[in-house]
Design a protein around this ligand. Structure first.
Ligand SMILES: [Zn+2]
Length: 428
């Protein structure tokens, strides 16, 4: 778009006056954004950095190798297909007049066997942040119908864009050039040169227009700052803010914001005093959270059981008839034990414990499935659904319907013991 307002004219003029990005800046970014790679094919390793290749007949599983020619430590890649192209971003954070400016550079590295890599860099965006935290930006054009948000038209020029939000404005660079220049007001608002993994343009805007972010940064509550910036705005009249003030007063740093907010909700559920450091600043957050969580789960379980007692009894009869011949099956190895679930009440317990749908979706009624519970050191870890038709594990899920870190072990124990299930079936 053509600049119309005074501000827009000023932005375009400042943009024209910005210094050209130097080769040195690009080169530093190349070394920071990309890792050194190698590819293995038919016992030959190809260094994608210097073009050297060598035979390696007795390789171990180690995904890192050292090139005998250039001595670089190389990461073996499995994404190579007739070549490998990586794309990334870096930024230059600078100021000009009253503008806080973030320049975004797209870099790419193209690698091919037996060749040295080639690099490319082009500036694709310039974000102009005003002292009130508002932002306008210039950018290259993107392909109109691309499914990617950042398919840049390389030959286009940077031009002023309308004042719309786009996901491109939230791209996080892998590297920010040192020697940052920031407006004095941003320093005053708590910025100390670190972005903590937050996209600089986002953090700088937040520090100018949002004093919650400012407080969080100044108090070093970085995880809460992430939480706040990533679509969970902490309001100044809400319970989180109230509890946060207690934390600040007690020098308590919240290291896991999501867990802590979850925990506050549990505290509230049990009418605990959210102004008391005793509750709000637990020494072991995970432990405090889990304790209340399991208390609540047990209560909900009991309530659900009482409400559905009659129906559960009825379903239990059917379940017993259908699956009784599998009862008593237990597969144990080391600290893991897997057993067939023997009652509908247990389905309820598994469902509540893991917060998945094994009870609500009535898995006990599934004719061609057998449901088992895997426990590690006696603690429910995953619920397993085994097909009684082809004896495949259809799913093995733990808390929140996700695989636990013991998933692989659990599956391999299942595999080794399938014959026991089959024997019981034959016997029935
Ligand atoms: Zn090499």
């Amino acid at each position: 778009m053509k600049p119309k307002s005074q501000l827009e004219h000023a932005i375009v003029t400042v943009s024209d006056s910005l210094p050209a990005i130097t080769k040195k800046q690009h080169q530093l970014a190349f070394s920071k954004c990309f890792s050194d790679c190698a590819v293995l094919s038919r016992n030959t390793i190809f260094c994608l950095e210097c073009g050297h290749s060598w035979k390696d007949l007795n390789r171990h599983q180690n995904p890192k190798v050292t090139c005998p020619n250039c001595s670089r430590k190389l990461q073996l890649t499995d994404r190579y297909a007739n070549g490998l192209k990586e794309t990334d971003y870096y930024q230059i954070v600078t100021t000009e007049q009253d503008f806080q400016i973030v320049r975004m550079v797209c870099v790419s590295k193209t690698m091919k066997k037996l060749q040295k890599p080639s690099y490319f860099a082009h500036e694709v965006m310039q974000m102009f942040i005003m002292s009130d935290g508002s932002m306008r930006y210039m950018s290259k054009n993107v392909m109109g119908l691309s499914m990617y948000i950042d398919q840049w038209v390389i030959s286009s020029d940077l031009s002023l864009k309308p004042n719309y939000d786009t996901p491109r404005l939230r791209l996080t660079p892998s590297f920010v050039q040192p020697k940052l220049k920031v407006l004095p007001i941003i320093k005053r608002n708590g910025f100390n040169g670190k972005f903590h993994g937050i996209a600089p343009q986002i953090l700088l805007c937040e520090l100018l227009n949002d004093n919650v972010a400012e407080t969080l940064l100044k108090c070093n509550q970085i995880d809460l700052l992430y939480y706040h910036i990533r679509n969970n705005p902490i309001k100044k009249d809400g319970k989180i803010w109230g509890a946060l003030k207690i934390c600040i007063r007690n020098n308590y740093i919240v290291t896991d914001a999501k867990l802590w907010v979850d925990y506050l909700e549990l505290l509230e559920y049990y009418w605990k005093d959210l102004k008391s450091a005793k509750y709000v600043c637990p020494i072991d957050l995970r432990k405090a959270h889990d304790k209340l969580m399991s208390r609540k789960q047990k209560e909900i379980m009991k309530m659900t059981f009482e409400e559905n007692k009659k129906q559960i009894g009825k379903n239990q009869k059917h379940y017993l008839k259908a699956k009784q011949h599998f009862f008593g099956l237990i597969f144990s190895e080391k600290n893991i034990s897997i057993s067939v679930i023997e009652s509908v009440k247990e389905f309820l317990e598994e469902g509540c414990y893991h917060n998945h749908c094994v009870f609500t979706n009535e898995y006990y009624k599934k004719q061609n499935s057998l449901i088992l519970s895997a426990k590690v050191d006696g603690i429910p870890t995953e619920t397993i659904q085994l097909s009684l038709e082809n004896f495949e594990v259809l799913q093995s899920r733990g808390r929140g319907n996700k695989a636990s870190k013991h998933n692989k072990q659990i599956l391999s124990i299942m595999k080794r013991n399938l014959h026991q299930v089959q024997n019981r079936m034959k016997a029935a």
